[in-house]
Design a protein around this ligand. Sequence first.
Ligand code: DX5
Ligand code: ZN
Length: 218
Amino acid sequence: MIKISSSILASDFARLGEQIKEADDAGADYIHVDVMDGHFVPNLTIGPVVVSWIRPVTKKPFDVHLMIESPEKYIDDFANAGADIITVQQEATVHLHRIVEQIKGFNKKAGVAINPATPIGTLEEILPFIDLVLVMTVNPGFGGQSFIQTMPQKIAAMRKMIDARKFDIELEVDGGINAETAPTVVAAGARVLVAGSAIFNKRESITQAMQRLRESAK
Ligand code: DX5
Ligand code: ZN
């Protein structure tokens, strides 16, 4: 069963609550929240206060993707704001295991994301401790970028690494995922698809977009 994590980064922030509600009704499995600090990535988005404001809108798990430096400083705030899964970038810390333990200390699921140029081998030692791996299929920082065509091989290698050790870890992909690219990443072994502009766009309703993406990912 493929899960869809709808990224609110592409939504209409003037109607953020309504858009999340619509994505929930349309069958989103997770709500993906992109947190950017203008340092780790060249863009700024939202912080824990916004997460706490939108928390009452839906019961769906909040899949919080931290693209920030010093993530250890903000884990508590995001956990208390209502995050369910907290994913940190492998490149953002030299103390990955400590941060993963910090996240799990709040009884939250812990994820680790890797940028397109980061080898999957950097995750080898952390795999026994985490619940989710996020393979970035664009360089983080912005919505609406094009999928990097060499990523399916990397996803397949990651799938192999997880399965070889029989870990119960969700394999998520993020960036440029739409009805055209979804079949390739699913065939490579991805099971959670983050989608921003493929879900929230002016061409179709959120329900139509979600349906089209789900059909393509079967
Ligand atoms: C990119 C973010 C993504 C972004 C994806 O840095 O991590 O979650 O919202 O947007 P799309 O689906 O439009 O590529
Ligand atoms: Zn993301």
